[in-house]
Design a protein around this ligand. Structure first.
Ligand code: XUL
Length: 525
């Protein structure tokens, strides 16, 4: 019998599965259910329910449950050997919350395979919809909680992050303030990750230290619920939260529902899930301190593993528990691909290859021009008034502007990640724009670090499958090492390494000082 492990990722727009064979180091199954396309009856747009207030972004826990049925049915139909799966784990979009009443635990324990999950779960929610990470309607609650916890620095030091609109604590506070009766009827509050784990386990599942740190409710150092944060958020909250536990820890055998309905191995273990970013840390193989990934996507993210827990006194970055032990950091820059695209279009370059060619005609230059590309309100640094800022840069010079935008994005990452105190040994570049070598050369030069490209499309689901394998091995009394577990699954693209060039590094070591001055000036403007 093969040693198969199933990893699921419940993201904003889809639910994905990756099945791995640990002995052969192969991905033996991959499947995705798209919420809008495959479950149109829930009427979501890009996984989100339409709402008249653009700041409010909710989705539906029943939709995620229906997607789980559909995904298992598809895996079974494709002949994936579900009977050989030894453990299941997963990851969820971070921060989103699910509100369950006192009927939930009983119903989860007796899921009826003759019905769909959707039918089984009707009537167990004290709030039918779930606020998700895209929601930014809780500025008032953020300010209230931050003030009670002693300001930005103290909030970040205690919980790992300053209060953020999308974080779960401020969302719970808003629910309590605006719908007190429904809050009262809430017996359990789950995250997307722990809700999905509860379905698999047939009981209320713990929240892990990775996703738990995205709530502004967990004491990051002790890895326990923080009494002061709970009190600052809503009354009676301690009784509504599940215990905290390590990701991948075994909860029990999988619910008989999945065994009878889809032929899942009755001995398969259900384990604690985590957030999608912590799972991606595993799925990209960032299991040693000093390993950092830069994902160049809609927004650009900088994340990695950190052995000592440091937090950001400015409150811009986040620290979460890492499923590999230690801690992980995450900084999210909203003006990523979108900003690069705007510049590309402004100068009439038809595609990224053309952008790269123009970029390659220029060289890093002492005292070069600086372009701050805040097309949209920015998260890091906090910018509420969008706008472009050019310093010593001729707007007519296409090539200089193409270089300046990516230099600024990388200089910003370097500047705003200094609080981590981590000098990366190697950066793994992922996401759409990472196939552009001219961009990666700028990344290597600014960061003074070799860059390797990694092409894993479902890094969170792969990380979840590895988490399942780890949990199963620990339960079997083994002492698995993350380096061994990830080997063969998370290798960078062969020959993709780009090394920093010393003369360019020297130029950027100086230019970062100018960048910081320009950024301060633009923030004041
Ligand atoms: C992280 C965050 C997003 C979601 C996406 O803080 O809000 O990356 O996790 O699913």
């Amino acid at each position: 019998m093969a040693k198969l492990f199933l990893g699921l990722d419940s993201s904003t727009q889809s639910l994905s599965a990756v099945v791995i064979d640990l002995d052969t180091r192969a991905v033996v199954g991959e499947k995705s259910v798209n919420f809008d396309r495959d479950l149109p009856q829930f009427k979501t747009q890009n996984g989100v329910l339409p709402h008249r207030d653009p700041l409010v972004k909710h989705s539906l826990p029943l939709l995620w449950a229906a997607a789980l049925d559909l995904l298992f049915a598809q895996l079974q139909a494709e002949g994936v050997a579900l009977g050989e799966v030894l453990a299941v784990s997963g990851s969820g979009q971070q921060h989103g919350s699910v509100y369950l009443n006192d009927r939930a635990a009983g119903r989860l324990a007796k899921l009826n395979p003759a019905k769909s999950l959707d039918q089984n779960l009707r009537g167990i929610f004290s709030r039918p919809t779930s606020p998700i990470w895209m929601d930014s309607s809780t500025t008032k609650q953020c300010a209230e909680i931050r003030q009670k916890l002693g300001g930005i620095r103290a909030t970040a030091q205690t919980t790992g992050s300053d209060t953020f609109e999308r974080f779960t604590g401020p969302q719970i506070r808003k629910f309590y303030q605006t719908q007190p009766a429904a809050y009262q009827k809430t017996a359990h509050i789950a995250l997307v990750s722990s809700f999905m784990a509860s379905l698999l386990a047939g009981k209320i599942a713990p929240i892990d230290y990775g996703d738990g740190a995205g709530m502004n409710l967990m004491d990051l150092h002790r890895k326990t619920w923080h009494a002061g944060a709970l009190k600052a958020t809503a009354p009676g909250l301690a009784k509504k939260l599940p215990p905290l536990a390590a990701a991948g820890r075994v909860i029990g055998k999988v619910s008989a529902y999945f065994v009878r309905k889809y032929g899942l191995n009755p001995e398969a273990l259900a384990t604690v899930w985590t957030g999608d970013n912590p799972a991606s840390v595993l799925g990209l193989g960032l299991v040693k301190p000093g390993q950092v990934a830069i994902s160049l996507g809609t927004s650009d993210t900088f994340f990695g593993t950190m052995s000592r827990c440091r937090t950001d006194a400015q409150g811009e970055g986040h620290v979460f528990g890492s499923p590999a032990g230690d801690y992980m950091t995450l900084i999210c820059f909203k003006n990523g691909s979108l900003a690069r695209e705007k510049i590309r279009e402004t100068y009439g370059l038809k595609d990224w290859a053309a952008f790269g060619e123009v970029l390659a005609t220029t060289k890093p230059r002492k005292n070069a021009g600086i372009l701050l590309p805040w097309f949209e309100a920015e998260i890091v640094p906090r910018v509420n008034r969008p706008g472009l800022h050019r310093f010593d840069l001729d707007e007519q010079d296409a090539a200089a502007n193409c270089r300046a935008i990516f230099e600024a994005q990388m200089l910003s990452m370097r500047h705003h990640s200094q609080w981590m105190g981590v000098a990366p040994d190697c950066i793994y570049a992922t996401g759409g724009a990472s196939s552009n070598t001219a961009l990666l050369q700028v990344m290597a030069d600014v960061m003074n670090c070799p860059v390797r490209r990694i092409e894993i499309s479902k890094s969170a689901a792969l990380g979840a499958a590895l988490l399942a394998a780890h949990g199963w091995q620990v339960a079997a009394g083994e002492k698995p090492s993350w380096e061994n577990l990830t080997r063969g699954f998370t290798d960078p693209v062969p020959g993709s390494e780009i090394r920093p060039r010393k003369p360019a590094v020297r130029i950027y070591d100086e230019l970062i000082k100018k960048f910081a001055v320009c950024e301060r000036a633009a923030l004041k403007a």
